[in-house]
Design a protein around this ligand. Structure first.
Ligand code: DQA
Length: 160
């Protein structure tokens, strides 16, 4: 009598890579206007993102730059590799069409984040040139904005 052997395929699911990109002045968190941006510093932001990433099964890489060209290059890298992005464009949010055009090339989710809620602040912060090409925006929750953004990415890592 023939014997049928059914073997379950073993698939190793590799963690979804996510870039958490931060724009100008964000490395100075903790000492930069703490009454506005809080007392937690940039290393705390990195740790918080890595911890929540671990919890969600995401391979999170956190970067910061004050240089618009470098941030654009990182967004090209994400677009080319179809990597989801959590992006705090900082002041570039409000005027960088170069950043906006780089974000528009994405095919994976891109969540715009802000520590503060720009809508409650000076009028120049009320415009985001990035929001229109982002999957969504989380703003106003301090470091938790990043956690919420990563949870959104984990819920739809390849959706847009
Ligand atoms: C910010 C808000 C921006 O208006 C500001 O320029 C920043 C930080 C935030 O996270 O709240 O640098 O993006």
């Amino acid at each position: 009598m023939p014997v049928t052997v059914v073997s379950a395929a073993t698939t190793t699911l590799s963690a979804v890579r996510v870039l958490v990109l931060n724009g100008p002045n964000l490395r100075r968190l903790g000492s930069r206007e703490p009454e506005v941006y809080g007392r937690e510093d940039y290393p705390a932001l990195v740790t918080a993102c890595e911890q929540v990433g671990k919890e969600l099964g995401l391979d999170v890489e956190v970067r910061q730059t004050d240089d618009e060209a470098e941030l654009v290059a990182w967004l090209h890298e994400a677009a080319g590799a179809r990597l989801p992005v959590v992006l705090n464009p900082a002041a570039f949010t409000h005027y960088s069409y170069a950043l906006r055009d780089a974000c528009a090339q994405r095919t994976a989710p891109l969540v715009e984040v802000h520590l503060t809620n720009p809508a409650t602040r000076e009028s120049f912060r009320h415009t985001s040139v990035v929001a229109g090409v982002a999957t969504g925006t989380v703003a106003g929750f301090g470091l938790r904005s990043y956690e919420l953004a990563l949870r959104a990415v984990a819920a739809q890592p390849s959706g847009t």
